[in-house]
Design a protein around this ligand. Structure first.
Ligand SMILES: Cc1cn([C@H]2C[C@H](O)[C@@H](COP(=O)(O)OP(=O)(O)OP(=O)(O)O)O2)c(=O)[nH]c1=O
Length: 193
């Protein structure tokens, strides 16, 4: 059986490797999909992130052209109040996001979908993250590090951003991009492990 990771994210590749599959009878492929990542009018955050994970997996299955393959797609968003924060467009956008997260709690939602020719399984994991108060100078310095730009909510808990995280309630791996416990369960449901 071939497991395909429909993701360009190096973090997801590393997290998947933590499940120990690489040493078993699997062949891995990594595939970058190019789907429209904009939310639909009135779409709830939970529906939005779940849809994107599923669309990435489906696009990956169509792209890989292997009818035996199982394809994993995943998506992560940060939700502050009712506002969905994806990846920042630029430094100004990143500043606004981090200002909003400073000294407050937000939710990180990561959805995972596994798709084969005959079966689909999926899950959604929500984690609460609380940031310490950040000064404008700290935010500017953090943005200057370059770390925020390719990450939902403009921070990486696994990097310099971790020093602003006062508390996390939920799954650390889900915040980084792939919830390990829940992904293991999906792989079991697909009879891959
Ligand atoms: C909140 C947070 C997000 N992120 C990352 C996880 C995701 O890679 C990224 C959100 O963007 P996504 O669109 O979920 O993923 P991606 O574009 O990086 O990769 P692909 O679509 O090809 O799978 O933000 C962190 O690395 N650390 C964090 O603390």
């Amino acid at each position: 059986m071939k497991l395909v990771l429909a993701s360009a994210s190096p973090r997801r590749r590393e997290l998947l490797a933590q499940l120990g599959l690489a040493v078993a009878d699997f062949s891995f492929a990594v595939l970058a999909t190019d789907i429209d990542e904009s939310a639909r009018q009135g779409e709830a955050a939970t529906d939005f992130v779940s849809r994107l994970a599923l669309e990435k997996a489906q696009a990956g299955l169509a792209l890989c052209g292997d009818t035996q393959a199982v394809v994993l797609g995943s998506d992560t968003i940060v939700v502050a109040g009712d506002t969905v924060l994806g990846k920042p467009q630029d430094a100004t956008d990143a500043f606004a996001m981090l200002r909003r997260l400073s000294g407050a709690s937000h939710r990180v939602m990561t959805a995972v979908a596994l798709v084969s020719a005959t079966k689909t399984v999926s899950t959604l994991v929500t984690t609460q993250v609380t940031f310490t108060a950040m000064s404008d100078a700290q935010i500017h310095a953090y943005i200057a590090s370059g770390e925020p730009m390719d990450k939902a909510g403009a921070y990486g808990i696994q990097g310099l951003g971790g020093s602003f995280v006062e508390r996390i309630d939920g799954s650390y791996s889900a915040v980084v991009g792939l919830p390990l416990v829940e992904t293991r369960s999906l792989l079991q449901q697909m009879q891959l492990i």
